[in-house]
Write a protein that binds this ligand. Sequence first.
Ligand SMILES: NC(=O)C1=CN([C@@H]2O[C@H](COP(=O)(O)OP(=O)(O)OC[C@H]3O[C@@H](n4cnc5c(N)ncnc54)[C@H](O)[C@@H]3O)[C@@H](O)[C@H]2O)[C@@H](O)CC1
Ligand SMILES: [K+]
Length: 491
Amino acid sequence: MYLVTSEQMRYFDHYTIKTLKVPGIVLMDHAGKAVAEAVVKRRAKRVVVACGKGNNGGDGWIAARWLQHGGCSVHVVTVVDPGNLEGDAKLAFDMAGAANVSWNIYQPGDLGGSSIELLVDALLGTGCTRPLAGVYEQIVDEMNHSGVPILAIDVPTGIDASTGEVKGSAIRASETIAMAYEKLGTAVTPGAIYSGHTHVVDIGIKAPLPEGMASYVDPSELRQKWGSRDALSHKGTFGRCGIFVGHMQGAAILAAAGAARTGAGLVVLGTRGSISLAVLPDYVVRQAESPVSALEDCQSIVVGPGLGTDLEPLVGTASVDEMFSSKRGVVDADGLKLLRASNGLRRLNDGWVLTPHPKECANLLGWTTEQVQRQRLTAAMQLAERTGAIVLLKGYRTIIATPAGEIRVNPTGNASLAVGGSGDVLAGVIGSLIAQGLNGFDAASLGAWIHGRAGELAGAALTPISTTASDIVDYISRAIVTFFDGIGARN
Ligand SMILES: NC(=O)C1=CN([C@@H]2O[C@H](COP(=O)(O)OP(=O)(O)OC[C@H]3O[C@@H](n4cnc5c(N)ncnc54)[C@H](O)[C@@H]3O)[C@@H](O)[C@H]2O)[C@@H](O)CC1
Ligand SMILES: [K+]
């Protein structure tokens, strides 16, 4: 399911109107009618539509006309004098006016009526380019404080439709009706939190799609790239995934369990010391002065889970430098510190996947954690560009970015994943997929999807409260079953 930026949406609108000769007002009529249908589905009878000055406002006027046509009690509050509307928005107002839709120019306090059942946000859409101020800020704050559910047209007002940034006030919608495509800014946080449930409606827009469009992680696309196992396969077919084992061995063992459950032919634990866990029948343990040499023959290496203080002796060593230059794998947790300490933020190849949480991402970029959380998409893209690696920025709606600027957003996962060790499991899952031959982008995307789905399933069975990282490992198999069935997939 594609996710589009404002600029891409403008191009699609333009192409449909200019090349396919579909008048803009026809598209707007489909948009407004779809909104009216969504309102009717919610059984709301008394509705107020708040309209702005652009085409998003035009969608609002059309929705109001259709609602009136269907017998709903609807009223429009507009922040601009309709006499100043232009183009299709003006036509939309004329149609609503001819149908006797009631309206007034917004005055603070207008939305206090206790009988309103639903507010429709048609203030700003993909054209919102700056923080809200003045009357827009006033009406948005009043709508948010009204206690009435809000249905947003296309994008909640105040959200940057391309990046998901919220620079000031913004509508907190319970539902968003997106025209033609969901906007990237409502798929990633913080924008996603403001959008509620997002539905996409077809309004007749069609255009050639540019290469490398952003999308949700899509099982139907990844199913073609992973998972088929014929009868002649053997453990060598599915790669060796090496895990660096530092002194916090539990974390590395969780990564190893994630790797094994996701199908690596062999999981190799490389350690400088001894491994105290008595029996580990599923893994090969190799001891060597340098864990890098112990994992020399592995197709992927997971560096970080549980590395702890074992990090210092590795910093700046030739074997670590050589590993980052020539190998592929996953760098997580303390591995990210090792990466930073070894020649600064060096350039890697895109067979490496970095899996920072927001604070680790902030440390790598020299930002604050709050800055990363405000600009998650930009942060992930910048880190990928600077390092040359794939970046998976953890958190709700995990973002996966390539150095070339490609983006995927993971739709799976819930609060069950917010537990110690969960990230170690994810690192192992991705390392395993790289060992099996997936490229870094696909491995990170599929790994995030499987890990998130395993968390959802574990949480559903055990409650998110008592789900542990080991439970997430135990549910990986069931997540893989749903991956192949399409159950639980967003699209
Ligand atoms: N033909 C089309 O282009 C179609 C557009 N559609 C709708 O139109 C929307 C995009 O329309 P527009 O490009 O007119 O954009 P908007 O309706 O989002 O508004 C843009 C206007 O608001 C102003 N503005 C930007 N940021 C502001 C702020 N913070 N405070 C106050 N004013 C601000 C801009 O200067 C511009 O005048 C989409 O989101 C969608 O809802 C749909 O009806 C489908 C067809
Ligand atoms: K809107």
